[in-house]
Design a protein around this ligand. Structure first.
Ligand SMILES: C[S@@+](CC[C@H](N)C(=O)[O-])C[C@H]1O[C@@H](n2cnc3c(N)ncnc32)[C@H](O)[C@@H]1O
Length: 255
């Protein structure tokens, strides 16, 4: 029987080489090949971060670059939740077929995917590999956890994310307003295209961080209403300086 492709899905932290765990470094050392997903057709700064990491720990390892299939983002096609989910489904199908093509030659070999942060937070690699396997390519998958942006945010602001015995909600900028309307009062927000929190009104405190763990890291905290304009300015400044910006924040409703 032909053996499965052995796949390591490795959380690599959010940009700092210091946040690669020892387990991740060991896993990198066992790879025959690494699949890198390029979202910008040859000029993806996050691919360059991964390449630097590989050069430091496993110089010379073979890499296969998969160009990310285009994703529908036009507001008129993804405005409501259903059409958004359908657009993501289509994109995942296309990605699964690109991953299947990249993986098929490596049966019996060890292939790595370097996942930003931790594979369990807003990352589709495991879901897409699930589709690849369901479509008929046998995979043997191991997951190596990584340091997530959520943990970095908490560490940088010296925060415990939950109040004593209380829940934490983690959601996206897109769904923040509905979460706040529902009365949720302790919310970590990821995947932001802008500072969606500005819509929320006066009763909130924000702890914000961008490009955490990198040379362009930026942190701000304070009353939401007064801090929001500063955050907007910082987002633009960081994007211009680093070539990319990713930010995450905790919002807590004041008692
Ligand atoms: C596609 S999700 C991936 C999350 C990742 N798997 C994790 O565990 O953090 C990308 C989002 O994570 C957050 N993020 C990732 N890296 C970050 C960083 N270095 N600084 C701040 N936020 C970051 C941002 O909210 C960004 O929009």
């Amino acid at each position: 029987m032909t053996p499965p492709v052995r796949v390591s899905v490795i959380g690599i932290g959010c940009g700092s080489p210091d946040h690669l765990t020892l387990q991740a470094v060991r896993a990198l050392g066992s790879l025959d090949v690494v699949v890198l997903t390029d979202k910008r057709r040859g000029d993806d700064p996050l691919v360059h971060v991964r390449e630097r990491m590989l050069a430091e720990h496993v110089a010379g390892v073979q890499t296969v670059v998969v160009h990310d299939p285009p994703r529908e983002r036009r507001a008129e096609h993804v405005g409501d939740q259903r059409s958004y989910e359908r657009a993501v489904e289509d994109w995942h199908d296309a990605r699964a077929s690109a991953y299947a093509d990249a993986l098929a030659p490596y049966r019996g070999r060890q292939v790595g995917f370097l996942v930003w942060g931790d594979p369990a937070f807003y990352d589709s690699t495991l879901r897409i590999l699930g589709r690849v396997a369901a479509a008929g390519l046998p995979l043997d998958i191991e997951v190596v956890p990584g340091v997530s942006a959520v943990q970095l945010l908490a560490a940088r602001h010296r925060l415990v994310l939950n109040d004593i015995g209380a829940p934490i909600t983690v959601t996206t900028g897109r769904r923040l307003a509905e979460e706040a309307d529902r009365g949720t009062d302790n919310i970590v927000v990821m995947l932001n295209r802008s500072l969606d929190a500005v819509e929320l009104g006066d009763d909130w405190h924000i702890w914000w961080g961008a490009n955490l763990g990198t040379a362009h890291e930026s942190l701000l905290s304070g009353d939401l209403r007064t801090t929001a304009p500063q955050i907007d300015g910082e987002r633009n400044r960081v994007r211009a300086a680093a070539g990319w910006v990713m930010d995450v924040y905790l919002l807590r409703r004041r008692a």
